[in-house]
Design a protein around this ligand. Structure first.
Ligand code: SF4
Length: 440
């Protein structure tokens, strides 16, 4: 196993559910998606004292480096311990090699407080048990450095599942508190937790709105500090900020927390309903909630209105990629007047997306899973004005004359909340404006 390959990153880190009335069909076939390693790009920006060590091949290292896409001059907070031929053939002991790489890294980088060992296809193929490796390394390094592990492997995953696996591993690391007796738990105040990686600027805006609603002490998970220890129990209620956190939610539920059913905070409609769900659960009056939401809501409506002039009536087609497709389709249809030709989604979590599905226009065509050739044929037939797809499909589609939007940009860019609604709309209007300019 080679030493850590530093990766250069930017310095400036910048069948249908009842009642929905949609045509949800399922497809299986060749898929065109990135693996969960991609999540490291936005996770390392958020969790500012963690290091993500991919235990993988040169391909894995290149994937993460191209997803990062830009150069920096500072010490990176992710890298790859390369599994080479000697590890694959069993000549070298992969565990010993990994320990050596981790020792080298942690000796040099005293700023690291949590080390994530991130599994990949190659580490899974050689059956390298990273949970045992993490246990072993914790004996050596904890409490100065905590070592956790999760899988970012590409087998049967989409790229956003890396975040889910990472957050699930963090939940497992929280201490299990004493159970609150049922009678007592009712008397205690509920604690609100926001779950899903949000840019710091979005987190700060949301925290201000919660304060204006009279809700104090809201915690955001993951936090900026990797040693954030959350006390999850029967008094915890949580709102998901991202639609791809099935395993994390399961872990929180197992600790006694309850998810507040809500749409996702994208656009004016989704963000309003998301905050309102918190208000209802925490006993905030409608008047107080409206007072806190009115001004940012009006600003967001004004910011999206100028994009509506361009986007209204335009046809959009989604290839399955980020799992954000359904909330985005709802925003683009309901607030910007776009026509949904097909909404492809890698996987639909029926409970987490129930409110979103209710808000979509009746009879929206939704396809779960992927058969890329068939989908490309349908896309050509639908002849949309804009196609949302992964990087692998964007260039061939552009070459055929389609205008595309990379779905990965929607995860790298702050898009949640009222103050980002205009920017979110702009992500879809910009490619159309560019096309108009080229044609002029
Ligand atoms: S984890 Fe698997 S899919 Fe992802 S880059 Fe490595 S080999 Fe490729």
């Amino acid at each position: 196993m080679n030493s850590v390959i530093p990766i250069q990153v930017a310095q400036k880190e910048g069948g249908s559910p009842a009642g929905s009335g949609h045509q949800i069909s399922q497809e299986r076939g060749q898929r065109e998606v990135f693996c969960g390693l991609t999540g490291i790009i936005w996770l390392h920006r958020k969790i500012q004292d963690a290091f993500f060590l991919v235990v993988g091949s040169r391909t894995c290292a290149h994937l993460v480096q191209s997803a990062a896409g830009v150069m920096i001059f500072a010490e990176p907070r992710f890298g790859t311990a390369i599994i080479d031929d000697r590890d694959l053939s069993g000549i070298a002991d992969a565990n010993e090699e990994l320990d050596r790489v981790v020792n080298q890294l942690l000796k040099r980088r005293k700023d690291i407080k949590t080390l994530f060992l991130v599994g990949s296809c190659p580490s899974e193929v050689i059956k390298l048990d990273l949970s045992r490796a993490a246990q072993r390394l914790n004996v050596q390094f904890n409490p100065a450095v905590r070592v956790l592990n999760y899988s970012g492997s590409g087998i049967e995953t989409t790229f956003t599942q890396g975040e889910d696996a990472c957050l699930a591993s963090l939940v497992d690391s929280f201490p299990v508190g004493a159970k609150t007796p049922a009678a007592d738990s009712k008397a205690r105040l509920k604690k609100l937790l926001i779950v899903g990686t949000l840019a710091d600027v979005v987190e700060d805006q949301m925290q201000r709105i919660f304060k204006n609603m009279g809700i104090e002490g809201v915690e955001f998970f993951p936090g900026r500090n990797s040693k954030q220890m959350l006390d999850i129990d029967d008094n915890t209620v949580y709102l998901l900020a991202q639609p791809f956190l099935a395993d994390t939610a399961k872990r929180l539920d197992a600790r006694g927390a309850s998810r507040l059913p809500a749409p996702f905070p994208l656009g004016v409609e989704g963000t309003s309903a998301w905050f309102e769900a918190a208000a209802v659960a925490l006993g905030v009056s409608t008047q107080m909630c409206d007072q806190a939401l009115n001004a940012p809501r009006e600003r967001a409506q004004m910011a999206t209105a100028k994009h509506k002039r361009l986007l209204q009536g335009k046809k959009i087609f989604f290839f399955p990629d980020s799992q954000l497709e359904i909330p985005l389709a709802r925003f683009l249809s309901n607030e910007l007047g776009m026509q949904l030709t097909e909404v492809g989604v890698p996987y639909i979590h029926r409970q987490h997306l129930a409110q979103e599905l209710e808000l979509l226009p009746a009879n929206t065509v939704i396809v779960e899973g992927q058969h890329v050739e068939r989908q490309l044929e349908r896309c050509e037939k639908a002849n949309p004005d804009l196609v949302v797809c992964g990087l692998g499909l964007a260039n061939p589609l552009e070459a055929k004359g389609f205008t595309t939007k990379w779905s990965i940009e929607l995860v790298f860019t702050p898009i949640q909340g009222f103050d980002q609604a205009g920017d979110l709309a702009e992500l879809f209007s910009r490619p159309l404006i560019r096309k108009q300019k080229i044609a002029a």
